[in-house]
Design a protein around this ligand. Structure first.
Ligand code: UDX
Length: 436
């Protein structure tokens, strides 16, 4: 099948590459000429494990093309996926300018039946808006479908090649049979496709992300309470997660959730609710708890050192989670800003996210080329991202380089025994502080 993808951000690029890998001829359209040129030459614009290999393979096989020419792409294909940004507007609601703008162009340019499939995360009712914008521009028949994307950054290829489920909101039989055909390689291997109306499909994405944000936040509160009463959150987590109604995943406490999706989607769902006169109380509480959780360790560091004024704090990890260079809503940034505000200097190390942080913080902080150079002469270490590289450090080197053998771990990377054995002060989330 010939398919157009409009927007080559995270979702668009991964969706386009995946659809090409499944044997389709895919035209990825973007307004950014330079980006299109680079992609055509084989440069992947984002860091994502295993993406480059699949991307290059499909370019070489002439199944994956990049262009700025929407009209040409539309001529080729019956199905058009929209993978456009829906950034939060001033009130937190999703801004549909890009989605509706492209819908209008499609309406003006299309010359035969099209299925417009929305992959972006959009509020309930967006399919109707897209439909009316296109209908305002053409008399040719078309269908609008909602098909939200659930992939996680860092696992984008894995998740898109092996999704837990495919959700399709679609009122038309014609579109339904074409969507079934596109996803047949998946459904043939037992992956479920769930058809529903467009509104339910749109809400499914928000409900899923918000639920996960609530799940993590609930565990963060349990973790904080564990510390207060002397329980160990790792044990509580294992005990709870063994009940398969709860499950082990997304129960890891830490310094709050971040990234491009959870914070934005929780906010957008609260705002959508508000616009319909509905009050999402759980989500409001989740946002509030998460905001505090993000910098919970800064006070601990200050308490340990007496003051942050003039202290040097090392930060391991800048990305909002491991396996990505994305720093959107990353807890590391909130921590660094608070440390700087309170008079500390910061030296940070991250495997891939440094250049993104440089764009925001510039030389307000120092950047170290390795994890051990970051801690040279530091008064304390804060771990903000769970990169596997940090899991088995050389504690001997750490003891030599750190001024105080003090680790504040926002990701529970080490066992308490390990920290104890090496004589560290070790303050983590929801567990007893070692050496305190
Ligand atoms: C998320 C959803 O998982 C994905 O389905 C959706 O399409 C986009 O949003 P992503 O933002 O890539 O994906 O990251 P995810 O792995 O879900 O992590 C989000 C945040 O939660 C991170 O800050 C992570 O550190 C945090 N997290 C996750 C925890 O604090 N504890 C956990 O147990 C899991």
């Amino acid at each position: 099948m010939k398919i157009t993808i409009v927007g080559t951000g995270y979702v668009g690029l991964v969706t386009g590459t995946t659809l090409a890998e499944l044997g389709n001829e895919v035209y990825c359209v973007d307004v950014d000429q330079e980006k299109v040129r680079l992609m055509t030459e084989g440069t992947v614009p984002i860091y994502e494990p295993n993406l480059e290999e699949m991307f290059l393979r499909n370019i070489q096989a002439q199944r994956l093309f990049f262009t700025t020419d929407l009209q040409m792409a539309l001529k080729q294909s019956e199905v058009v996926f929209l993978a456009l940004p829906t950034p939060p507007g001033e009130d937190g609601s999703a801004d549909l300018t890009y989605v509706l703008g492209v819908a209008e162009q499609i309406g003006s340019l299309m010359d035969s039946y099209k299925i417009v499939v929305n992959k972006s995360t959009v509020p309930v009712g967006t399919a109707d808006k897209v439909r009316s914008v296109i209908a305002g521009k053409t008399n040719i028949e078309f269908d609008v479908v909602s098909n939200p994307e659930f992939l996680r950054e860092g696992f984008a290829v894995e998740d898109s090649m092996n999704p837990a489920r495919i959700v399709v909101g679609c009122g038309s039989e014609r579109a339904r049979s074409i969507m079934s055909e596109i996803y047949r390689p998946f459904t043939n291997t037992g992956i479920p496709i769930i058809f529903m109306d467009e509104k339910s499909s749109e809400l499914t994405k928000y409900a899923a992300n918000s639920f996960l944000a609530v799940k993590i936040t609930f565990m963060n509160e349990i973790a904080n309470y564990c510390e207060m009463v002397g329980a160990d959150v790792d044990m509580v987590r294992l005990g709870m997660g063994s009940d398969d109604r709860i499950g082990h995943r997304f129960l890891f406490p830490g310094i709050g959730y971040g990234g491009s999706c959870f914070p934005k989607d929780v906010k957008a769902l609260i705002e959508s609710g508000h616009q319909s006169g509905f009050d999402f109380q759980i989500l409001k509480a989740t946002e509030k708890v998460n905001k505090v959780q993000k910098t919970i360790l800064v006070d601990e560091i200050e308490k340990f050192l007496g003051t942050l004024q003039g202290k040097k704090i090392a930060v391991w990890g800048l990305a909002f989670k491991a396996n990505t260079d994305d720093i959107r809503e990353a807890s590391s940034l909130d921590n660094i800003r608070m440390l700087l505000d309170r008079g500390a200097s910061v030296t940070a190390y991250d495997l891939v996210a440094e250049s993104n942080v440089r764009k925001i913080l510039g030389d307000q902080i120092s950047y170290a080329p390795s994890m051990y150079e970051a801690i040279e002469n530091a008064d304390a270490l804060l771990i903000a991202t769970e990169w596997p590289e940090f899991k088995n450090p050389n504690f001997g080197i750490m003891a030599q380089r750190l001024k105080n053998k003090a680790i504040f771990d926002g990701r529970n990377m080490f066992s308490l025994d390990l920290a104890r054995q090496h004589g560290f002060y070790y303050n983590s989330i929801g567990r007893t502080t070692v050496g305190g």
